[in-house]
Design a protein around this ligand. Structure first.
Ligand code: FAD
Length: 444
């Protein structure tokens, strides 16, 4: 890996799993590629830069190879650490594996962050946070999820009392502050990010209580160990959300519901594309909360820790809404109304809070400089659902020259494009698509 060389055939913005593996795939095809990340997440991104050993992968090691054609690569890489294919290993091991792949590649890494991009003549100009620029013939956006919208009821609170994002420095500081004070912590949201916060608090010996609040008060379900034998059945039907829903429910009565949900997974892209826009919107509005907690599950050990915390009274998951949130006695005071309750609970004191409501939904609300510059210049358009960018089936941004968008930016087209098994296939496809295009160019 080289550092800080400028200008290349391809620039990739975002050095998480998507950007890193796409960059290495391109370098393996002999293409000059510069990968632009920010902070110290290069090669690891948001999910795998945690150094907290309590944060585990949510799928077994056997499914986490970076390469579609070498399924045992990650398992081989961690064999010396005493882990096997069925283990849900600490996420930091996967981060180190990715960083090693990047270090051993011919990719150039620039860790400056990008504030804007522009298209001029036949090239993309990437504006770095330190004022310098990079020019490239092709550009790949691998920005990951956008941080959630600010919560209106928390706007008046300083970041030290209410962290707006669990993944940044403020999120880590909020956890440290809760542990140091021994006070209670309020988490808005009850999904995978909240579970990470709970694990960090537990591992650090937090003495207070964690209250997780979400509309329905539902948490991610727990996975079971890797299984290979699932009785076959008719395939899930395409074209109608109602039929698909009925199929999953019926199948869940015949076999374990986890197997029923997982049997839809290999065909998620095809099934999603087969639904009408009305059905896709219906899914997002009504079925998504159910899908998220059943499909994106936690490791069995993580489930056991959460259960222990709840049983011992150190954690409570509430379905309801915040009525008010304000600074009080050096911490925050929250008034919560529980789901179906006619009156709010008595005000509760917390030392800190964190917004774990999950990624930004409407892409047009993004504050990211890269996306803003592209959207504002009309170089990209939101997809038909407004949740990502308009891309084709090779992840090329529709209407833009030599621009590809990976991972969750393609949610509208693919829906499930956030986990390693999906993204590694996409990275290979994007590298092939770019190589083909640059090659055609060289020959014309
Ligand atoms: C807590 C958590 C646990 C997960 N566990 C698993 C798991 O066990 N298995 C699995 O398959 N999937 C898991 N996932 C899904 C995970 O998101 C994907 O596996 C994958 O890491 C997504 O990578 P990405 O590169 O698309 O996004 P990200 O990891 O978000 O990387 C995007 C990167 O782009 C950077 N960036 C954004 N804007 C700019 C800019 N303007 N300039 C420079 N850099 C920029 C960001 O800082 C970030 O580092 C998990 C996700 C989370 C959040």
């Amino acid at each position: 890996m080289q550092k800080d060389k400028q200008d290349a055939q391809v620039a990739i913005i975002g050095a998480g799993f998507s950007g890193t593996i796409a960059a290495v795939q391109l370098a393996r095809r002999g293409i000059d590629v510069v990968l632009v990340g920010r902070g110290d997440q290069a090669g690891k991104g948001v999910a795998y830069s945690t150094e907290d050993p309590a944060h585990l992968l949510n799928i077994p090691a056997a499914k986490m190879s970076a390469w579609p054609d070498r399924p045992d690569d990650f398992v081989d890489a961690i064999a010396d650490e005493g882990f096997g294919p069925e283990d849900y290993v600490p996420r930091m091991l996967f981060g180190r594996y990715l960083r090693r792949i990047l270090d051993e590649s011919a990719v150039t890494l620039v860790e400056r962050g990008v504030v804007a991009v522009a298209r001029s003549d036949d090239a993309w100009t990437v504006q770095l946070a330190d004022g310098r620029t990079i020019k490239a013939a092709a550009l790949v956006l691998a920005l990951g999820n956008q941080p959630p919208d600010a919560l209106p009821f928390a706007l008046q609170l300083p970041e030290r009392l209410f962290a707006s994002d669990p993944w940044g420095a403020a999120g880590r500081a909020a956890i440290a502050a809760a542990v140091a004070s021994g006070g209670d912590m309020l988490v808005i949201g009850s999904g995978l990010s909240m579970v990470d916060v709970a694990l960090s608090l537990d591992a650090a010996g937090h003495k207070g209580k964690l209250i997780a609040l979400s509309r329905r008060g539902q948490m991610p379900r727990v996975s079971f160990p890797l299984r290979s034998e699932v009785p076959s059945s008719d395939p899930a039907p395409s074209g109608s959300l109602a039929d698909l829903w009925r199929w999953v429910r019926t199948r869940s009565t015949e076999i374990d519901w986890r197997d029923a949900v997982d049997s839809v997974r290999p065909r998620t892209h095809e099934l999603w594309r087969s639904l009408s826009e009305v059905d896709q919107r219906r899914f997002i509005r009504h079925a998504r909360p159910w899908w998220d907690i059943h499909r994106h599950r936690v490791a069995p050990q993580v489930g056991a820790t959460v259960k222990r915390m709840i049983k011992s009274g150190r954690m409570e998951v509430i379905g309801g809404r915040i009525k008010s949130l304000r600074e009080m006695y050096g911490g925050i005071e929250a008034v919560v109304r529980r789901r179906r309750a006619t009156e709010a609970d008595a005000p509760q004191q917390f030392s800190v809070g964190i917004n774990c409501t999950g990624p930004l939904h409407a892409i047009k609300h993004t504050n990211d400089g890269v996306l803003r510059s592209l959207l504002d210049a009309g170089l990209v358009e939101p997809d038909h659902l407004g949740i990502g960018l308009k891309v084709d089936d090779q992840a090329r941004v529709i209407g833009a020259a030599r621009l590809w968008a990976m991972g969750s930016l393609g949610k509208g087209r693919y829906w499930e494009i956030i986990a390693v098994p999906d993204i590694r296939v996409q990275a290979e496809m994007v590298a092939d698509s770019i190589a083909r295009e640059l090659n055609d160019d060289a020959q014309s």
